[in-house]
Design a protein around this ligand. Structure first.
Ligand SMILES: [Zn+2]
Length: 331
């Protein structure tokens, strides 16, 4: 009887859709999804960074209204992944880097402007949630997601819940202290993981090589259109995949530092999987092989960890799917 009445209740509830938004430093995505998390339609644009907050809010509102008009079902809620610091408890963006975003109550703005409940989180936590619910993390108890792009972020989901910590700083993998010296990080310290393994760090290392010895890296320079100063992690990865020795060495060193960072994650939280997402993770095997070398070198029968290290199943869309999960949780 109980099962039958539950069925009736479900059948009486009208179907609805949700809107997911991924505000990234380079891409701005808005998607319409059904209640099962199935993608109905996604629009994607380059982020107009100089347009700042006004451009982003206008873009979100425009896409929301377009999808609302096209959606056959009412829009129930909105979820947002923001590519910068977020105060989850206060549902505010706290970025001091992007103009106009400091202490901006984005979820309240959505509720007031678009008339639906909204939940907001940073892109690393959203990526973790997206992979946990809809990607390679399905069926896992816990996953640690690593957002590898210009910087390095991390998000930890355990038993369905994002672990945020006292100051919502849990999972800040990019600022693990790897060495007392080394390149200075954006946080002000020296020797952070981000300064060794991020996309920016990989590009910078290649350019430093190029300034000293242009002759040893012709392929990377060719791939970047003939200018050493335009070499980024993308050209390093492409040249390394072709077997270029300097590019391979730069990538391997960066991946080995990351491997040490990931081993720290395994030692502390021993998740089912570590999921590598973000643009740099597209390098796949170039990244995974040196990471596995580091783990193998430190393998111990006394510490038989079975954490798998995998590339994000949702590719560039982990954070957008995380926004879907946030929307489904928003009431
Ligand atoms: Zn740092």
């Amino acid at each position: 009887m109980a099962a039958l009445s539950a069925f009736r209740k479900e059948a009486q509830e009208p179907l609805s859709n949700v809107i997911a938004v991924d505000i990234g430093g380079t891409r701005f995505r808005v998607g319409l999804f059904d209640e099962g998390g199935k993608r109905v339609r996604v629009s994607e644009d380059a982020t107009n960074r100089s347009g700042g907050r006004p451009w982003m809010l206008a873009q979100m509102e425009r896409e929301f209204r377009t999808f609302q008009a096209e959606s056959g079902e009412p829009i129930r809620a909105c979820g947002i992944s923001f590519g910068g610091p977020v105060d989850f408890a206060g549902q505010q963006v706290t970025s001091i880097v992007a103009p106009g975003w400091e202490n901006f109550p984005l979820s309240s703005w959505v509720k007031e402007t678009l008339g639906v409940p909204c939940l907001l989180d940073n892109d690393a936590n959203a990526g973790a949630l997206g992979e946990y619910r809809f990607g390679t993390g399905r069926g896992c108890e816990s996953i640690f997601y690593v957002a590898l792009s210009t910087g390095i972020g991390g998000g930890f989901v355990c038993e369905g819940k994002v672990i945020r910590g006292k100051d919502t700083l849990a999972g800040e993998l990019g600022h693990l202290p790897m060495a007392d010296s080394g390149p200075r990080c954006d946080c002000g310290a020296r020797g952070c993981l981000e300064a060794f393994s991020s996309g920016s760090a990989i590009g910078k290392m290649a350019r430093e090589w190029g300034e000293r010895r242009t002759d040893v890296m012709p392929r990377m320079v060719e791939l970047s259109g003939g200018a050493v100063e335009r070499v980024t992690a993308r050209e390093v990865a492409l040249a390394a995949a072709e077997g270029d020795p300097i590019a391979s060495r730069i990538f391997r060193d960066a991946a080995r530092w990351l491997g040490r960072g990931l081993l720290t994650v395994i030692r502390i939280v021993n998740p089912d999987k570590i999921v590598l997402g973000g643009g740099v993770s597209q390098a796949g095997k170039l990244l995974l092989d040196p990471i596995h070398d580091v783990l193998d070198e430190r393998k111990s029968a006394a510490l038989p960890a079975t954490t798998e290290i995998v590339i994000a199943e949702l590719g560039n869309y982990s954070a957008l799917y995380g926004a879907v999960a946030l929307a489904l949780d928003a009431r």
